[in-house]
Design a protein around this ligand. Sequence first.
Ligand code: SF4
Length: 259
Amino acid sequence: MTTDENMQRQIQELVAYLEMKRNAGLLPESMWVGEGRSQESGVRSQERESGTFHASPSESLQCLRDQIGDCTRCRLHQGRTQLVFGVGNPKAELMFIGEGPGRDEDLQGEPFVGRAGQLLTKIIEAMGMRRGDVYIANVVKCRPPENRNPAPDEIATCSPFLFKQIELIHPKVIVGLGNFAVQTLLATEQKITGLRGRLHLWPSARAKEILNTSIPTESIKLMPTYHPAFLLRNPNMKKPVWEDMKIVLQELGKTLPLK
Ligand code: SF4
């Protein structure tokens, strides 16, 4: 079985798994609301009870991080060095989402810091922004062994954390990096080659239902593009990625940097 066929099979299994869980009423509305509230200060609790509590995106993200804690909810915790939550501007207009942490990310606790991450940083800078202006996260937060693709049950367990991050940050545009992240976000088996090059309204009604996210339907634009690791192996594909980024910049109302 080729890598593509294997990935396609895994996406099919993920969709089937999520549909089964949803039909059985086993997908939680939200995995984070509840427990973390106990960690609020007394003032915060009073504010919330009186309806005057307005957590900033930064506070809410920290609350979510506290909720995840030293997570053992799926088997991926067994092989990780560090959980890789996400990094960047809590009010970012632009989010980049990859598949999962690799070796460097696992060691440093930050997404996209290895060679592929350095290339992503260059892409962001070429767009006229700094890495700290955007928010970067992954579909799963712990490194899969041998960098294998995350399994459907691992994605189903971990992805609500990503969706909560997206909900709190509420970017204008998400850039999905690579087949696996894009196929997971769009709940599709279509290959990235046929998906990139145009913005998709996200989440579609079908993806919202399958992914069990409370993010309003079609409230965010999603640009699928190739993963920086793929670009390292195929430098000739940098041009189409830059074409995708130009569309993203246009959507954000930003001027194209002179290159
Ligand atoms: Fe928890 Fe996600 Fe890590 Fe699994 S991958 S242990 S759900 S943080």
